[in-house]
Design a protein around this ligand. Sequence first.
Ligand SMILES: [Zn+2]
Length: 161
Amino acid sequence: MSEIDRMLAANEEWAQRFPGSKDVRPARKVAIVSCMDSRMPLFQMLGLEVGDAHVIRNAGGVITEDVVRSLTVSQHVLGTREILLVHHTQCGLQATDDNAFADLVEEATGRRPAWALRAFKDAEADVRESIRLIKESPYLLSRDVRGTVYDVATGKLTEVE
Ligand SMILES: [Zn+2]
């Protein structure tokens, strides 16, 4: 059985205990921008329920043009106002750099990515950079943003001042 078959079977169980549809507008008016890391179960680790928050994830949880696109929809159309950033310890983006990664992809595929990886060495520093990018975005209604780093070894979230 493939992993996707297992997930489709799990969904049949989920649908049996489905609690019912929720409002499309997040109840707690929050959008979270996070790394895609598989060790961060955002809803459980932040005490969120279905329907509470938007979650925008990518490699590193970095602020890209597409993250700003999603935050803009989240605020203008769906009513969110607070933004939480979640980076974490032992991130894959700390283990490489933009050039080495582009070399790796080019060696394997013959094509060099046109986009930047946006690697970083210091998670806290990248959270500060992400806060700066959100505060400078001209499209948002609210720049009420706070940043954190999650420790994948302890489960603890630490706010970046
Ligand atoms: Zn990561």
